[in-house]
Design a protein around this ligand. Structure first.
Ligand code: SER
Length: 585
């Protein structure tokens, strides 16, 4: 079965079972800029898991494009991917354990035809925060999983939360037995020997974990499930790695044909990072030196390094991109639509990287000559780090060059410096996650409403050409990117501030209505009219001032939001201005 057939079977099965199919949110979260990428199907749905009403109802299903980058360095082995697709179904305070399990079981055994003997499941063993999940085990027995293939584990294995704070709960995971012999007497689904492969996770989300580590019950009991499409495709096709499925095979085969040096891990890295970069670019990502732009830059540069390792000419890049779009466009028509952008972004980044490599090589030669003059043969770790940190020169390339020139490098010192640097970026990334939609509080909600007021005020003051091109909210401020050809004058800034503050003072009522996408458009609501919305949308109206399509949540009245002040107005990129503003209480 091809991946797209599995996806369609999944969505149709849940549709038949009363679920509305909603579109995948873009990889780059909208109005939730504090998260780098969507990493799970539940992420765009956090407000609804917390009790907001979803316009499409209480049973939803979708495929969600996801990027997870914590394992980027593992890509190249037989399973790690940075981009993957997660199929999911959700109950927002609707069905719970019994029905969720019945559907999971039926889908796996009937729709996908997996023999029940191949399935094992795990449940939460219980602890001080939540009882042992015997209900779930009972449900599994009832549908036909024998007791000896039902396992219990603790929070490490059977509890799911995105980050450190937010909606969470015990989960039950389904495993596929690959038929390999047990690695030991005690071999079970939690052991990583490869006999058992996790295929699906049902999270029973009825708790909220707060910053201080306390668990409280949510206002509703939800189900959040996630099934990794690439892995399922690989198992159903009897393949050993996802790279042998149709999702990667065309590029993998082309690389094998072109390569002058054989390396399966380099081929996997190239194929994987190419797909990931294309998906990110197609959803609006661009390479830069910070945050998600940096992730994209790393993916593209790592891919190029491995094309070099395979000794394939970089001239082939355009063909590889085109080949990959051909292979994936049925699943992701947006790749075909954004073909030219994808090509130009990747090729431009390639040119920059080639320059970096040339520049770095020159610096390397200078350092090498210095060493030789001093009669030494070992490059200090801090020099390798400087080449990496200041010139973007990859340490592996330094190592290769050192070898070619019969020099040693102080790897230990370099690794120490590199680890310190990584620790800093990891802390940065964790901060990002913490600030996500899960972190909704009064302040971020007020900023969300202020963003709507600002958007309308800009249109009123500057003209109808103003369109939102990005939004970013933290506890401390809002950031809003919009289309406008020139710098705003101090008078315009003042007018916008005054207009927003006037609406706050008027203590306008914020009303949410549900309507179809077409009705919303006809009613004059502003918002991003892209196909990311399902049939029904929520429209938030603020008095008679603003009307905008949005998922919410918002304040109920504008009165207590504070005083709105624009702190900065600057260029964000060509034709796009950026405003940073605060609410002062
Ligand atoms: N959120 C859970 C996961 O990512 C289930 O979808 O595994």
């Amino acid at each position: 079965m091809k991946a797209i057939e599995i996806r369609n079977k999944y969505l149709n099965y849940f549709k038949r079972n009363g679920h509305k199919i909603i579109p995948s949110a873009p990889l780059i979260p909208e109005n939730d800029p504090s998260v780098l990428f969507n990493t799970a199907g539940m992420q765009p749905l956090v407000p609804y898991l917390l009790g907001e009403k979803h316009p499409e109802g209480t049973r939803l299903t979708d495929y969600q494009k996801c990027v997870r980058t914590n394992d980027i360095d593992e890509v190249g082995d037989n399973r790690h991917l940075t981009y993957f697709e997660m199929l999911g179904n959700w109950s927002l305070g609707d069905y719970f354990k019994e029905e969720a399990i019945k559907m999971s079981y039926e889908f796996l055994t009937k729709e996908l035809g997996i023999p029940v003997e191949k399935l094992s499941v795990t449940c939460f063993a219980g602890d001080k925060d939540c009882e042992r999940d015997e209900t779930t085990a009972e449900c599994w027995k009832k549908v036909g999983i024998p007791e000896e293939r039902i396992y219990y584990f603790g929070k490490d294995d059977n509890w799911w939360i995105a980050g450190n704070e937010g909606p969470c709960g015990p989960d039950t995971e389904m495993f596929y037995d690959t038929g390999k012999p047990k690695c030991s007497e005690g071999c079970n689904p939690s052991c990583g020997c490869g006999k058992y492969v996790e295929i699906w996770n049902n999270v029973f989300m009825e708790f909220y974990k707060s910053k201080d580590g306390k668990y409280t019950k949510l206002s509703q009991k939800n189900v959040d499930t996630g099934l990794g499409l690439e892995r399922m495709t690989m198992l159903l096709q009897g393949k050993k790695t996802p790279f042998e499925t149709e999702l990667f095979a065309p590029v993998m085969e082309k690389l094998e044909e072109l390569q002058k040096v054989d390396s399966i891990s380099s081929r996997r890295i190239v194929a994987e990072h190419l797909r990931s970069s294309m998906m990110i670019i197609s959803d609006g990502g661009r390479p830069s030196n910070i945050d998600r732009g940096y992730v994209l830059r790393r993916l593209i540069r790592r891919m190029i390094r491995h094309i070099n390792k395979l000794q394939i000419s970089l001239e082939e890049l355009t063909n590889l991109i085109e080949l990959n779009i051909e292979a994936l466009k049925e699943m992701y028509p947006e790749l075909e639509i954004n073909k030219e952008t994808i090509k130009s972004v990747i090729l431009e980044e390639k040119d920059k990287f080639v320059k970096t490599l040339e520049h770095g090589e020159k610096e390397f030669i200078k350092e090498m000559n210095k060493l030789k003059e001093e009669g030494k043969a070992k490059l200090e770790g801090k020099v390798v780090f400087k080449l990496y940190d200041t010139y973007g020169f990859p340490p592996e390339v330094t190592e290769d060059l050192a070898k070619e020139n019969e020099l040693e490098i102080d790897k230990e010192e370099f690794e120490k410096l590199y680890k310190e640097h990584q620790e800093l970026s990891r802390q940065g990334a964790e901060q990002k996650f913490k600030g996500g939609l899960a972190d909704q509080n009064e302040q971020t909600i007020a900023y969300h409403t202020a963003t709507h007021l600002l958007h309308q005020a800009l249109k009123t003051v500057l003209g109808e050409h103003v369109k939102q091109s990005g939004s970013n909210i933290t506890q401390e401020r809002l950031r809003f990117d919009f289309t406008h050809p020139q710098k705003m004058t101090p008078e315009e800034i003042k007018q916008v501030e005054d207009l927003v503050n006037e609406q706050i003072k008027r203590d306008l009522k914020v009303v949410c209505e549900e309507m179809t996408y077409d009705e919303a458009k006809a009613s004059g609501a502003i918002g991003l009219f892209t196909n990311k919305y399902g049939e029904k949308v929520k429209v938030y109206t603020i008095g008679n001032f603003s009307k905008e399509i949005c998922g919410g949540p918002h304040v109920e009245h504008t009165g207590d939001m504070g005083i709105f002040k624009i702190k900065k107005e600057e260029s964000s990129s060509s034709g796009i201005r950026r405003i940073k503003a605060v609410l002062i209480k």
